[in-house]
Design a protein around this ligand. Structure first.
Ligand SMILES: NC(=O)c1ccc[n+]([C@@H]2O[C@H](COP(=O)([O-])OP(=O)(O)OC[C@H]3O[C@@H](n4cnc5c(N)ncnc54)[C@H](OP(=O)(O)O)[C@@H]3O)[C@@H](O)[C@H]2O)c1
Length: 248
């Protein structure tokens, strides 16, 4: 059984941010999928995986050489059918805290959030999009967040995170247009996973009713289901875990 029947029957999949809550769930689900031949797991500190289908690679979003080398290593034998960018930062100790007011905007924190959430994924797109399969449906998906939607923003706050995800969304829209010219069956999208119980959401999860807080496995399963239903007609879009379209 495969949860991705729309893909090539022996697909190779890359997950960037394999050490994260949602990234790890993607790797584990895909490694047990009969339609997946190999899963390339990318993160800053590569570890061991139970499944022999998983190959670990080092990739640091703030080091372009590591991104280029990881893309080359993962695609030396075969192109990738799917690349999922599951990295991201919202807070980091005392250094990065989501802003509640304009006076809390800090240049260094803002630069760090943009480096991880916007610039890093841009470099991933630069080195991984050319390595996607071109003779069949192929997917490049980046985990964004609903709060990165400009049209949906009615609450304010979280300036750096919102800015960084809005920039990521523009990256997706722009690269989707270029990729469609060279690979007409490509699907390049931004995804909102819902609120998921991971280290990223931990400080804020108390405010979320239990029924609305997904486990990483639930979120990853839902997102893979969405990716399977999307076609090149939807490339360049922003989609939630339930398949609904989100306003940019
Ligand atoms: N959890 C939610 O409720 C939620 C909601 C909306 C959107 N999202 C989005 O979903 C994505 C995944 O989030 P998550 O909840 O799984 O977070 P997480 O558990 O904190 O994982 C974050 C991942 O990003 C990686 N990362 C951070 N900086 C990096 C860098 N410089 N180079 C390479 N990797 C780096 C981390 O690697 P290390 O292990 O090396 O630190 C880790 O793998 C993010 O884009 C997030 O914005 C999450």
């Amino acid at each position: 059984m495969t949860i991705l029947p729309s893909l090539h029957p022996e697909s190779n999949i890359g997950v960037i941010g394999a050490s994260g809550g949602i990234g790890r769930a993607f790797v584990e689900i895909l490694a047990s999928d009969a339609g997946v031949r190999q899963v390339h797991a990318f993160c800053r500190t590569p570890g061991k995986w139970e499944s022999s289908k998983v190959v670990s690679h080092r990739l640091d979003l703030e080091d372009e050489e590591s991104i280029e080398a990881a893309a080359a290593a993962a695609t030396s034998a075969a192109p990738l059918d799917v690349v999922i960018v599951a990295t991201g930062i919202l807070h980091h100790g005392e250094r990065i805290r989501p802003e509640k007011a304009m006076r809390q905007i800090d240049g260094k924190s803002l630069a760090e959030v943009l480096a991880v959430n916007s610039i890093g994924p841009s470099l991933v797109a630069k080195h991984f999009l050319p390595a996607l399969r071109r003779d069949h449906k192929a997917v490049f998906a980046a985990l964004s967040a609903r709060v990165g939607s400009i049209g949906d923003n009615r609450l304010g706050g979280w300036t750096a995170y919102r800015m960084s995800k809005a920039a990521l969304n523009m990256l997706i829209r722009t690269t989707a247009i270029e990729q469609a010219r060279i690979a007409p069956d490509s699907v390049v999208v931004a995804l909102h996973p819902g609120t998921v119980d991971t280290p990223l959401s931990k400080p804020f999860a108390k405010q979320v009713p239990e029924s609305k807080l997904f486990t990483p496995a639930m979120a990853a399963m839902k997102l893979l289901g969405v990716l399977d239903t999307l076609s090149s007609d939807e490339t360049g879009g922003f989609f939630a875990y339930d398949g609904s379209r989100i306003d940019f």
